[in-house]
Design a protein around this ligand. Structure first.
Ligand code: URA
Length: 231
């Protein structure tokens, strides 16, 4: 049970002061009964605002189909950013909604968004070795030997001390490959190909752990039931 005004402000609906006005206007109900006080303790699962249940009161998980050209940053200085594609009240949630890891500005595809700290850790911890699947378009024809080079687990990236963990490369067409990695090093996919003399011209993430982009349109987002996240 949480105080109503704290609950509404932590979910980005309004400030605690504005919560009082919401209540006065009869917009907030618990189990269908109009609430009279904004400082009373309530059960978030039973609360409605304007007859709609609260949005993800126990924590939010969503996926975004990030288009090329959008930066994974809260800063407005780097041109378009992913938060412009998401509901404008999400940055007002506390804890704030952030991306689980990042994609380069030039990369498109699946980005998980959450305000559940434990999930960020679970998905990004090196120990968890969560699979990330990318489709890469290269500047020239792929060599089948790359499959073994990436799979061996001894590929060194410039400036790093440890080799990359084994990665699975599947050649889809002469200049297109699907790469599955279980780490999240800086520019990892581009640098892995670069280490062997290929330039990645296009990069798109199709899957992150159990979550697939499917037919979600570019620039669109959708909620993921939180229970599903732990699978
Ligand atoms: N690897 C990259 O090089 N870029 C990304 O955005 C993700 C993985």
């Amino acid at each position: 049970m949480r105080r109503l005004d704290q609950l509404l402000s932590s979910l980005g609906y309004c400030s605690r002061r504005e919560a009082m006005a919401f209540v006065k206007e009869g917009r907030v109900k618990q189990g269908g009964v109009v609430l009279k006080r904004s400082d009373q303790r309530v059960d978030s699962a039973l609360i409605t605002v304007d007859d709609l249940p609260l949005e993800a009161p126990e924590g939010l998980l969503a996926m975004l189909h990030k288009p090329v050209g959008y930066a994974c940053t809260h800063s407005a200085d780097e041109g378009p950013n992913i938060y412009e594609l998401l509901p404008s009240h999400w940055p007002d949630r506390n804890p704030v909604v952030t991306s689980v890891g990042r994609l380069d500005k030039d990369t498109s595809g699946l980005l998980l968004m959450t305000d559940i700290g434990g999930l960020v850790h679970r998905f990004t911890s090196p120990k968890a070795e969560v699979e990330k699947v990318y489709l890469a378009e290269l500047d020239r024809e792929l060599d089948p030997q790359l499959v073994e080079i990436f799979a061996k687990g001894d590929l060194m990236l410039r400036g790093e001390e440890k080799p990359c963990l084994p990665a699975k490369l599947e050649i889809v067409s002469p200049k297109t490959a699907r790469l599955t990695i279980t780490e999240g090093r800086y520019h990892q996919v581009r640098r892995m190909f670069a280490s062997q003399g290929w330039h990645v011209e296009k990069l798109h993430r199709e899957r992150f752990g159990p979550h697939e982009l499917g037919d979600l349109a570019e620039g669109e987002w959708r909620m993921i039931p939180v229970e599903q996240a732990s699978r």
